[in-house]
Design a protein around this ligand. Structure first.
Ligand code: SAH
Length: 207
């Protein structure tokens, strides 16, 4: 579909949808942009998983190795009864390393926009961790959302791996961190996985 026809559609019934506005504003901006949150329906989530297995896609491999070596150290920083809240949980592969290392985690709250995928992952987690409360939240993590009320008695630890924070512009990353602080509250911990800035030439050589 051409951008002209998308713009023309703005006149039609869906002109007020946030998606229509983001597409029109983003694709008519210079440089063009579109939030990665729109990549992720069930097919997008499956494709992302396939991408993480490619030799060129090092972040997942590196982070799994870091967590494999250091999750027990991170676990020691968590309060005795903790809820781990993952912003953009995907396959929850990295959360599983935290769960394995931290018996103090009593509840896991995967938050993801890809709701069908999220429901299927939650079922697998419940099967594999029968003593854990698995409380999925289908939500856009850049917007206000409610945590399950049953977490009230637990300490909270946010988990934001995958360098997903790198998908934001700097001002959006700041806004997200403020938003996460509001959701998690004052005494919470936040574990964020951030990739370093790469030399573009180096990134090019990897392809
Ligand atoms: N944390 C996982 C997955 C990273 S991929 C890991 O490190 O392996 C990014 C995930 O965030 C995807 O599952 C995608 O569906 C989700 N996501 C992206 N933008 C989102 C948004 N705005 N709100 C909620 N989930 C989002």
């Amino acid at each position: 579909m051409s951008i002209q026809s998308v713009v023309a559609r703005r006149q039609s019934a869906d002109r007020d949808s946030a998606f229509a506005r983001d597409v029109i504003d983003g694709l008519t901006a210079r440089p063009k942009r579109l939030s990665p949150k729109y990549f992720y329906d069930e097919t997008g989530s499956r494709l992302f998983e396939e991408i993480t297995a490619l030799p060129e896609y090092y972040p997942t491999r590196c982070e799994l190795a870091i967590l494999g070596a250091h999750a027990p150290d991170m676990a020691r920083l968590l309060p005795p009864k903790t809820a781990l809240i993952e912003f953009g949980s995907g396959s929850s592969k990295k959360a599983r390393l935290m769960l394995d290392a931290a018996p103090s985690i009593a509840a896991y709250v995967p938050v993801d926009i890809s709701s069908t995928w999220l429901t299927a992952e939650a079922a697998r987690l419940r099967r594999d961790y029968p003593r854990l409360a698995v409380l999925p939240v289908a939500a856009d993590f850049t917007r206000p959302f409610q945590l399950p009320p049953s977490l009230a008695a637990l300490g909270l630890a946010g988990f934001f791996p995958g360098s997903t924070i790198g998908n934001f512009e700097a001002h959006q990353a700041c806004a997200f961190l403020q938003h996460a602080a509001r959701i998690l509250g004052q005494d919470a911990i936040l574990i964020v996985g951030i990739d370093l800035v790469k030399d573009p030439q180096d990134a090019h050589r990897r392809l």
